[in-house]
Design a protein around this ligand. Structure first.
Ligand SMILES: [Zn+2]
Length: 152
């Protein structure tokens, strides 16, 4: 029984928000996601990438920024395997991997995303594994980003 979460797939945390509720800082990310593109806020003052977006650069305090498109690939920086559901109706998606992915194209400076990593064996996934982004197009506004192993 899947409760209010719809059909569940083992290893895939379901989309539970159907609107982005994005502010002006985050809207460019969600706009690009609709087109299967990953963009990251970039400080035009010092070049630091920021994920999630923020009004000020944490390094130089500049407000000036743009959004740069990234290749959508990265490396698992850290992860955990979730074996206990956050809600009883989520049991059928467990176990799933929740990880921090360091994003390629951010100068190795540590722009990272906290995401569900899918299509991996929770018993063998490891830090340093190479992954790529994949978007689930939920509706006209919302596309949920996840990462999966690079297979080729
Ligand atoms: Zn800066």
């Amino acid at each position: 029984m899947a409760g209010d979460f719809g059909p569940l797939t083992k290893g895939v945390f379901p989309t539970i928000l159907f609107e982005t509720h994005a502010d002006e800082m985050a809207q460019p990310f969600w706009d690009a996601a609709k087109d299967d593109r990953l963009v990251c806020q970039h400080c035009t003052g010092c070049g630091t990438f920021r994920m999630p977006p923020s009004p000020f650069c944490f390094k130089c305090q500049s407000r000036d920024h743009d959004f740069r498109e990234l290749p959508g690939t990265g490396t698992i920086y850290s992860f955990t395997v979730v074996r206990h559901p956050l809600h009883p109706d989520l049991i059928d998606c467990c176990p799933y991997v929740s990880g921090v992915v360091e994003l390629d194209g951010t100068q190795g400076a540590g722009a990272r995303m906290l995401v569900n990593i899918i299509d991996v064996d929770p018993d063998t996934v490891k830090i340093g594994d190479r992954v790529e982004i994949v978007f689930e197009h939920v509706n006209d506004e919302m596309s949920t980003p996840r990462f999966r192993p690079i297979t080729s």
